[in-house]
Design a protein. Sequence first.
Length: 166
Amino acid sequence: MALFLLCLAWVSVPPAQADTMHGVVIVVVDGDTVLFKPDHAHTSGRTFLKVRLAGIDAPETDQPYGDAATRELAARVLNRRVAVTSVATDVNGRTIAHIQVAGHEVGTELVQSGFAWAAARSRHTAKLAVAQRQARLDQRGLWQGAAPVPPWEWRRTHPKGEYNRF
């Protein structure tokens, strides 16, 4: 009975509100990481935040399609007003977030265009899974290659000094 009440109490707690900020992307670091300047000072006191897109993993800069992924992200967000909805903070202190431009979710668009994978360690949303499957079938972006290597596998086979993870 105690376990049932504990579960009931857990279910009845409303989910935490995601922190959504508005501002401008001032630097694109790589295909899934940007520097974001919020309109208002962030609670951390920083004037900008390092943001990694949630749910996706783009090729590393030194990996095939890494530069193309970086250019694609820059074309979509650099010097543009965006909405950043944070979902977590990673071990490197980066804000993990969804970024939207004019109501479009940038991470999903990168996967649809073949410039990123749905991240292996995140829960794939149905939308990301469908986007990745279609990009692969249409051979868009990195799916043009004979055997594209996911970034999480590429990082395992290349020492950290060989690529820049800002």
